[in-house]
Design a protein around this ligand. Sequence first.
Ligand code: HEC
Length: 142
Amino acid sequence: MCKKPKYYLNLMRRPYFILFFMICFAVLVSSCYYDSEEYIYGASECDTTDVTYSATIQPIIELNCYICHSSASASFAGGDNVLEGYENIIEQVEPGIAEESNLYGDIAWLPGFNHMPKGQPQLSDCDIAKVKKWIDDGALNN
Ligand code: HEC
């Protein structure tokens, strides 16, 4: 009987396997490297240079707080505190002094303030830093 040669032991094909594993390894290493780079730099960089009410603060509040603090929801979910619109949010702000503002004290979970968003995890450090910057800069309607 004549045995068929085993396919995967064929010496002529071995370089393809080696190449294949090298590519896999390269993809794996580069993806890990990319992840860790993103983790290291993405987590520590927070750009607060161009913070404005309309482009920065309003979207953060809309995303995290409108569910309880929009004009429609505040009466039954947000203790009647409306945070939709500059004229309403400014009621919770001491312009120039973040640490004395309900808005900042509540999201930074400062002692003596409530913890917002209520019953949910704290906002990211970067979002909190942006709110602080906006208030410390005078909480302008910009
Ligand atoms: C699940 C509902 C809910 C969410 C989400 C929520 N809040 Fe509130 N918030 C409340 C309630 C209820 C009150 C009334 C006071 C209380 O019961 O703690 C309140 C009160 C407030 C007040 C009034 C001052 C005070 O502390 O009493 C501010 C300011 C405030 N929230 C800010 C925020 C901000 C900023 C966010 C988003 C980051 C947020 N809240 C998200 C429910 C919520």
